[in-house]
Design a protein around this ligand. Structure first.
Ligand code: ADP
Ligand code: MG
Length: 250
């Protein structure tokens, strides 16, 4: 359903993506792991058409999104939900309104229907009773929950998660991983999740893909990744200083 084909993108003469190929399985969660600054967010931005490749294609249901007119691209974007790294909540409106925002923007539902949807989602993400609080009044983990709720409220086919557990303590991080798994079981979206949290990746990922030197060097189920004989993959998942990855580069 989503295919990245020979995707290449440079900034200031440096190839961040270099002939990257990957297929994301429908209704699966694919976790893309890789080093900080390795191009993971750049890859995600290509998938929603926020960045254009220097060469290569982004195919969504067989359509190269970079051949589309703005209006057609906006139609495709309605298939997507996105959970941003920093939550990207609107600070000046409460939790209810943050979650209701896409519903108000993209549908003509009556107020009672908006309420029903938002209250149901608040229950799904474990935020019942928190709806009148402002983003600044809730914890980092709860803000992530709001971000997940807002991304899912229109029941998108595809959900992109940019480092959903980064910056959280290990217990909160595990709770958010569990939430993502529960939401995936309920809503059955195609999930693309970026992370350098290996424990979370193994837990959430049906498929794990490793981005390194601008392309995907390995994909497989968690068991395959654990049993990989690629020394780069081994070093990365072990978090070791010893191996072919040059940590002096960053
Ligand atoms: N809009 C941009 N302009 C210039 N360089 C960028 C831009 N976006 C990302 N980069 C560079 O691309 C590299 C990969 O960034 P990113 O995809 O954000 O990494 P990460 O894997 O941590 O998400 C970084 O070196 C970053 O500085
Ligand atoms: Mg990033």
């Amino acid at each position: 359903m989503i295919i990245l084909e020979r995707l290449t993108k440079s900034f200031n003469g440096i190839k961040v993506l270099n002939n990257l190929n990957i297929k994301f399985g429908e209704q699966k969660i694919t976790v893309v792991i890789g080093r900080s600054g390795g191009g993971k967010s750049v890859m995600l931005k290509h998938i929603i058409g926020l960045m254009r490749p220097d060469s290569g294609r982004v195919l969504i249901n067989g359509i190269d999104i970079n051949t589309l007119k703005r209006k057609e691209l906006n139609e495709i974007r309605k298939k997507f939900g996105m959970v941003f790294q920093d939550g990207a909540l609107f600070d000046s409106i409460n939790i209810f309104e943050n979650i209701a925002f896409p519903v108000r923007q993209h549908t003509k539902l009556r107020e009672s229907e908006v309420k029903d949807r938002v209250y149901s989602m608040l229950g799904d993400v474990g935020l019942s009773g928190q709806e009148l609080k402002m983003p600044a009044e809730i914890s980092g983990g709860m803000r992530k929950r709001v971000g997940v709720a807002r991304a899912l409220i229109l029941n998108p086919e595809i959900v992109l998660f940019d480092e959903p557990t980064t910056g959280l303590d290990p217990i909160t991080s595990d709770a958010i991983s569990n939430l993502i798994i529960a939401m995936h079981n309920k809503f059955k979206f195609t999930g693309i999740l970026i992370s350098h949290d290996i424990a979370g990746a193994y837990k959430m990922g049906n498929i794990i893909a490793m981005l390194y030197n601008g392309f995907i060097i390995e994909t497989g189920c968690p068991e395959d990744i654990k049993a990989s004989n690629n020394p780069v993959v081994n070093q990365f998942v072990a978090g070791s200083m010893n191996g072919p990855i040059d940590f002096n580069m960053v």
